[in-house]
Design a protein around this ligand. Structure first.
Ligand SMILES: [Zn+2]
Length: 105
């Protein structure tokens, strides 16, 4: 099958820009997480493979919409860490089958 492209929603793009302004290294690392390393366990619960070890981090979204992660970055700094950003990007991604591409002039 032909490759598909992923397009981030405007909300996610805005969040990435905001993350870049605050800490460009974190946003860059989030963008490098392969969506194949993100597995949804149940609604509101994901496992994200570490980029630096064999470990995994649990990303949770509470019923109030608040995000949390088991990594040190989130626990210590209470920020949306790269794992949360990556899960959100996967959720809000729209995949377009290659056959549906059209030329933009
Ligand atoms: Zn994390």
């Amino acid at each position: 099958m032909e490759k598909e492209i992923r397009i981030l929603s405007a909300d996610t793009v805005n969040e990435f820009f905001a993350a870049f302004e605050k800490d460009w290294k974190r946003a860059l690392k989030a963008s490098q997480i392969n969506p194949d390393n993100i597995k949804q366990i149940e609604p509101g619960s994901w496992l994200v493979g570490s980029q630096t070890s064999l470990g995994k981090y649990a990303v949770l979204q509470g019923k109030d919409g608040a995000w949390s992660c088991t990594c040190a970055d989130h626990k210590n700094r209470l920020v949306n860490c790269k794992h949360i950003l990556a899960v959100k990007a996967t959720l809000e991604t729209v995949e377009i089958p290659k056959n549906d591409y059209f030329d933009i002039c």
